[in-house]
Design a protein around this ligand. Structure first.
Ligand code: T4K
Length: 365
């Protein structure tokens, strides 16, 4: 018998009735976009919730990343991780810069700071690390390297909504951080994203850039594009924020249940808690060691699929193995290895206990 599909994620949708008053507001005001009231309110509420001083909302994280790099007019080479989603390297490419990949570390799957300096050249202008699955990068070491080599640090924090590191928002590290509010993320505005900046001058410049760089008198003095978030997206964000603690708790319950099921299974590794940071349970990655588990990651993926469970191989292939970014490099071994071993399992607030049991049972069988 065909079973109901289970996806790697499903967006949390607040009750429709609660969305209708926002629609009324939008219909009455006829302000659909260009920094309306709901947009302003969401920026305010998010900066309070995330404990950051300046936030600029965007239509998605990819455009936000492109804008963040453009803010500093970066050129030449930008050091980044190959273990990420396409958007990380694409934002570099759209800035006419070259992504230079540095391998990742065991445990966090994030860029390995001890390998960064050997890749710095006279052309290096910045570092673009990713907090993969919301796990913080080694922000202190990255900051030291950047300081010593006069480099900007822009974090791709697409997965890092609500993460604190040593008691303060992870988004306050580096020069800028970029969040994603895509439908598949912990906090979603259908599509959306944001740049977190440290000072009002940067925020004002970013806000101008995302609005074609038009100045008040209609002049253009800088590179610009359209990266604005509409009022309807902002309305969704305001409603999502009301339910964010519920969503995070639900995700934690799912994660705890997987932990219990997999913690003693030889050949399966799970994410370990660390007292220095909290988790947002945006993804539930497991690493499968074929030699020990007797089945490869791809075997498990196919097996789940044939039972209508659609897990995801985030991130396969490693970016350095993608045709467009192909890098002749034999020192990106861990990223390539993780991309063949990691499987992201279904995790989202509405995942039913019996659905999760089905996922676990298929894997353990
Ligand atoms: N940096 C990093 C590190 C990122 O991971 C991402 C995006 C970005 C930057 C760029 O952020 P944005 O520009 O997107 O804001 C998804 C997302 O499209 C992408 O946002 C995300 N990372 C990436 C890791 O995953 P796909 O191709 O896997 O998405 P899709 O459509 O196959 O969705 C996965 C599952 O989610 C579906 O099987 C069903 C469910 N789903 C999805 C959507 C879109 C729904 O139930 N409803 C939906 O509306 O890329």
């Amino acid at each position: 018998m065909k079973q109901d599909p289970i996806y790697v994620t499903q967006p949390f949708l607040p009750p429709k009735e609660e969305f209708l008053p926002y629609l009324e507001k939008i219909w009455n005001s006829k302000q659909l976009t260009n920094g309306g009231n709901l947009h302003q309110e969401l920026e305010k509420q998010l900066s309070d919730y995330l404990e950051v001083s300046h936030i600029s909302l965007f239509s998605n994280a990819t455009i936000a990343l492109m804008t963040a790099l453009k803010l500093y007019n970066l050129s030449g080479e930008i050091i980044t991780t190959p273990f990420s989603f396409a958007a990380t390297a694409q934002a570099i490419d759209w800035n006419n810069c070259k992504p230079v990949f540095v391998d990742v570390e065991e445990g966090t799957f994030n860029i390995d700071p001890s390998l960064i300096e050997e890749k710095i050249t006279d052309s290096t202008s910045a570092i673009l690390p990713v907090h993969v699955y919301g796990t913080p990068c080694n922000v202190e070491e990255i900051s030291n390297i950047a300081l010593n080599n006069n480099l900007k640090v822009i974090y791709d924090a697409a997965h890092s909504f609500g993460i604190n590191y040593k008691g303060k928002s992870l988004l306050t590290f580096g020069d800028l951080s970029v969040l994603s509010f895509h439908a598949t993320k912990v906090f979603n505005t259908f599509e959306g994203g944001a740049i977190i900046s440290k000072d009002i001058d940067s925020k004002e410049q970013i806000d101008e850039m995302k609005n074609f760089s038009l100045t008040e008198n209609g002049d253009i003095k800088n590179s610009g594009l359209n990266g604005k978030l509409s009022e309807i997206h902002a309305a969704m964000g305001l409603l999502q924020l009301k339910y964010i603690e519920f969503c995070l708790n639900q995700r934690k319950c799912v994660s705890d249940k997987y932990d219990k099921a997999f913690k003693d299974i030889l050949g399966i590794s799970i994410t370990q808690d660390d007292v220095r940071w909290n988790r947002n349970y945006s993804y539930y990655p497991i690493s499968i060691d074929k030699e020990v588990f007797n089945k490869s990651r791809d075997d498990v993926f196919e097996n789940l699929k044939s039972n209508s469970v659609f897990s995801r191989k985030y991130f396969y292939p490693s970016l350095n193995n993608m045709t467009y970014f192909k890098t002749k490099s034999d020192d990106l071994n861990l990223s390539s290895k993780f991309s063949t071993e990691i499987l992201c399992l279904p995790i989202y607030p509405d995942l039913k206990p019996e659905e999760q049991e089905r996922v676990i049972e298929i894997i353990l069988k």
